[in-house]
Write a protein that binds this ligand. Structure first.
Ligand SMILES: [Zn+2]
Length: 83
């Protein structure tokens, strides 16, 4: 997959956070990222909490596919960040 763009947005409708699968309500600050994968372009959203946590991620722990939906939550639990 190829990273295209990243933007801080205020959501206009609810989205599911890619990192922890929590619902990001409408009118919330979110980080929107656009990628192009094998099936064309797609967009994912990070909730405020996951945005805070992203700098702590060691990306070498993930393969080329990146983070699958909800995987960031499991990663943080392992780190003890959600304990
Ligand atoms: Zn999240």
């Amino acid at each position: 997959m190829t990273f295209i763009s990243q933007k801080s947005v205020t959501t206009r409708k609810p989205h599911r956070c890619h990192g922890c699968l929590a619902v990001i309500p409408a009118k919330s600050p979110s980080q929107r990222e656009t990628y192009v994968g094998d099936n064309g372009p797609y967009t994912l959203y990070w909730c405020a909490h996951c945005q805070d946590m992203l700098p702590r991620v060691d990306w070498r722990d993930f393969d080329d596919e990146g983070i699958t939906p909800g995987e960031l939550m499991e990663y943080f639990v392992e780190l003890g960040a959600y304990a």
